[in-house]
Design a protein around this ligand. Structure first.
Ligand SMILES: [Zn+2]
Length: 227
């Protein structure tokens, strides 16, 4: 009898173990099945999310770089200097010393002389108009004509002597012209000039000097005897 009881207990234990094993594996399988299907897309969705969430932090970093940017922005200004190494740079006091008050006001402070008052407004002698600030030859008198606008006009500037930039002052959009060598303000250029250039340089007389053709002719033969 004792042996039979023990055998029944053993069977019961084995059966109990079997049921415990089966019941323990079922929940594991049921948990494992949904997790790879349901969790995987969630993880994929959350992966890009941190990337978007981390995007704002770089912005303050970019702002901090922008604060440093002015230092690097000075570098491009050196490029024009490399293109025109002969650029003339003077202090404010140095410009005042070599220019008259009117010339300084126009060349260095972007002033404009009153219409019909400039000494070259009705000036038709043959020669070359130069920058009053640095002496660079800007216009030949040949294409110069009386535009009637109140300021001397040139229709063809000498090559690589004039810079142009947008001028939005006084509620107008004009194109300012400056001397490429000394950055002196000359006037403005308009696109209503005659053929073949189609442009009209409206220049302040005070911004310019003039070398008569006679003087140029006398100056040119001089080097020949030296040779
Ligand atoms: Zn100049």
């Amino acid at each position: 009898m004792k042996f039979q009881v023990c055998s029944l207990v053993m069977i019961g234990l084995v059966a109990g173990c079997g049921t415990q094993q089966t019941t323990s594996t079922d929940p594991v399988d049921s948990v494992d099945r949904p997790t790879p299907v349901g969790a995987a897309p969630v993880q994929r969705n959350t992966e890009p999310a941190p990337v978007v969430a981390t995007a704002p932090p770089p912005q303050p970093a970019a702002q901090s770089v922008a604060k440093i940017a002015p230092q690097t922005q000075f570098e491009p200004t050196t490029h024009p200097k490399t293109k025109s190494p002969e650029k003339i740079v003077k202090t404010d006091a140095e410009w005042r010393a070599i220019l008259s008050p009117e010339e300084y006001r126009i060349l260095r402070q972007k002033g404009t002389e009153r219409a019909f008052t400039g000494k070259y407004d009705h000036h038709f002698k043959e020669g070359t108009y130069t920058c009053k600030g640095c002496g660079t030859a800007l216009f030949d008198s040949t294409p110069k004509d009386n535009s009637g606008c109140g300021w001397p006009a040139g229709f063809k500037a000498k090559e690589n002597t004039i810079d142009e930039k947008v001028d939005r002052s006084y509620g107008m959009i004009r194109t300012e012209i400056t001397c490429k060598k000394c950055d002196g303000h000359l006037g403005h250029v308009f696109d209503d000039g005659p053929n073949p250039t189609g442009v009209r340089y409206c220049v302040n007389s005070a911004s310019m000097g003039f070398i008569p053709a006679e003087d140029e002719k006398q100056a040119k033969p001089a080097p020949k005897p030296n040779k």
